[in-house]
Ligand binder design. Structure first.
Ligand code: S3P
Length: 429
């Protein structure tokens, strides 16, 4: 599929973006291993989350998803999952494979996990290696670095571990394994990453102590099924936040967006760049903060983003590159080498494609540098089958002279089905 877009004047209107992807994955997994029922509202019904849902069903869990994206799960308790009859297929979803390898390490059966060509290139040792320290029997290509992965569940020992890479997926994989360990697992994060797992474990009454930079979890305590209200995904909202910030005359409101402080790096950095973003109707639901975001166009200036800020806006960095093309001065992103091992090499991808559109952008080993402002022109662009690259380029297309074609745009459904329609609504309003 191709997404074809032309220059637009401005964005106007009020929208709700779909539910948060990270919270959706976690709610499906934790609901499945809790006791009693879990009812989820506003699940992200996207390809990635449906992979997690399918895997949990294959492990014997009864999960019903209705047309309003509400979900009922009949929890099996910690020890009620069953061996899947086939290979667990995670598709394109890094979150699914890294979380499930942790969960499956503690089961008393054998599992095989596989995914698409992108997943089979992504590093798995970061989670496999500490799981092996807990006693897990895991196999994979290149000694467990690459999927397909298989695991024969075991009795797990508790782990005391400092994460060498700032990764919420690795942290969560280890916390899930920690639920099955005989004793207390302690995980230390040198840089904080998104903390949705810890927050959900708290409301499900896990034996967890959160005292950053440390998280302690005791194994063997059953979780309690609960009601989970999922806020809008700030990573999806981000495309419209940036578009409205750079398109003259725009004013939009995005309702009930998750504003967990481990995810709001995009708001803070855009504000530093001069964006006008108001946070309204702040409230906490299911242990997660949410708010309405009101955005008005404003003049942006360049900014510097360093390693310690990166986890809080990791998925938004390609989009920051787009914003930077319209900002006065230089924007430099460093300490973001992790971008090279996402769904694609996001540094290479965004630099190549924005260059085609006329941006003054240069690749760095661990980030990129942009000089702005530049006038962009339409081009034929590649998505690299990466949803975030496709949507970031769509935002650039809104200000480029002429027509932009984004090839292989169907990958947008990985995280944001309905993206184009929602964009069209804001253009027409
Ligand atoms: C995610 C964590 C991040 C992020 C990904 C979702 C999660 O990855 O890039 O889109 O749900 O835990 P890492 O934890 O590997 O940095």
């Amino acid at each position: 599929m191709e997404l074809v877009l032309e220059k637009v004047n401005k964005l106007k209107g009020n929208i709700f973006v779909p539910g948060d992807k990270s919270i959706s994955h976690r709610s499906l997994i934790l609901g499945s291993i809790s006791q009693g029922e879990t009812r989820i509202y506003n699940l992200l019904n996207s390809l990635d989350c449906l992979r997690t849902l399918g895997c949990m069903q294959a492990l014997g869990v009864k999960i019903e998803l209705d047309e309003n994206n509400s979900v009922n799960i009949k929890g099996k308790g910690l020890y009620g999952l069953q061996e899947a009859k086939g290979i667990l297929d995670v598709g394109n979803s890094g979150t699914t494979i890294r979380l499930l390898i942790g969960l499956l390490s503690g089961q008393n059966f054998y599992s095989v996990l596989n995914g698409d060509t992108s997943i089979r290139k992504r590093p798995m040792k970061r989670v496999v290696q500490p799981l092996r320290l807990m006693g897990a029997d895991i196999w994979g290509r290149k000694d467990g670095q690459f999927a397909p992965l298989s695991v024969r569940g075991n009795k797990l020992n508790p782990l005391h571990y400092t994460l060498p890479v700032a990764s919420a997926q690795v942290k969560t994989g280890l916390l899930l394994a920690g639920l099955y360990a005989t004793g207390e697992t302690v995980i230390r994060e040198p840089l904080s990453t998104r903390d949705h797992t810890e927050r959900m474990l708290e409301i499900m009454l896990a034996d967890i102590k959160i005292s950053p930079p440390e998280i302690k979890i005791k194994g063997g305590k059953e979780l309690k099924g609960t009601e989970i209200l999922i806020p809008g995904d700030i990573s999806s909202a981000a495309y419209f936040i940036v578009a409205a910030s750079i398109l003259k005359g725009s004013q939009i409101t995005i309702k009930q967006v998750g504003v967990n402080p481990t995810r709001t790096g995009i708001i803070e950095i855009l504000k530093k760049m001069g964006a006008k973003i108001d946070i309204l109707k702040y409230q906490i639901k299911s242990n997660e903060p949410q708010a309405d975001l009101k955005i008005e166009c404003s003049k942006l200036k360049g900014v510097e983003i360093k390693k310690k800020n990166v986890p809080f806006l990791i998925d938004e960095l390609p989009l920051i590159a787009v914003a930077a093309t319209q900002a006065q001065g230089k924007t430099v992103v460093s300490g973001a080498r992790e971008l090279r091992v996402k769904e694609t090499d996001r540094i290479k991808a965004i630099v190549n494609e924005l260059k085609k559109m006329g941006a003054d952008i240069g690749e760095r080993e661990d980030g990129f540098a942009v000089n702005g402002p530049t006038k962009l022109q339409g081009a034929v662009c590649e998505s690299y089958n990466d949803h975030r690259i496709a949507m970031s380029l769509a935002v650039a297309a809104l200000l480029a002279e002429g027509k932009t074609v984004i090839k292989n745009s169907e990958c947008i459904d990985i995280s944001f089905p309905g993206f184009e329609k929602m964009l069209q609504r804001l253009i027409d309003s």
